[in-house]
Design a protein around this ligand. Sequence first.
Ligand SMILES: [Zn+2]
Length: 262
Amino acid sequence: MDNNGAAGTITREPLLNAEPVIQLRLLELQDRDTHLAQIDHKVRTLPEAARLAELAARLIRVLDEITAAETIAGDLRLGQARADADVEQVRERARRDQELLDSGSINDPKQLQSLQHELGSLARRQSELEDVELEVMERVEGALAAVRQLTGERDQLEIEQLEVTSALEGLMAGITAERDATAAERASIKAEIPDELLALYEKIRVDRDGRGAARIYRGQCEGCRMQLPPSEIDALRNAAPDAVIRCEECRRILIRTAESGL
Ligand SMILES: [Zn+2]
């Protein structure tokens, strides 16, 4: 074994030793950590969660629009009440004039003429006011139709919100169970790993995209995918089985298995 030559390049760190079976457990720990990270990523990117956020935003907008449409409808209704009252006032006056005319109590021709003239004006005025009344009524109808359309839209959004919430809850129950089971496995594996090795693994895992340990597979580091140079392969072949070795490229802990190609 050449401890001063090529092997020296692999173990620049203070020498750390762990039985091969423990090193393999480190690979299992990595497997659980990778799985946990995948689960967390899945939770963050669930389409149902994005849809819920979108529905909530749309609901806020629609509720605002309903308030605005109801305010417009309310104002128009007040206008309609005024127009109704205006028409009623003219009708009432025309009715009184007509009664007076029909009573035969007015004999003065000038007075009669004036009364007939007023009835004619009142009829024209009533017709004008009825046109206004009709126009306001149509605008009220339009405003109420807008309110109905918006409340219908709101109801649809709320129905979908309930459906998506329920689907998301179902999904999350499954995901949480899977996460809990994986975290429990991780805890039991972790308990078997010596503190120093665990600390090194955790440090590299944080620095290196969630991967602290990687298998050597057919002469390649599975962490950074680098093909190990022949000199390093030689050094690995000669290294003690319990030596903790690291990739020269990515610095991850390298785990030797039967498929490492050494
Ligand atoms: Zn590497």
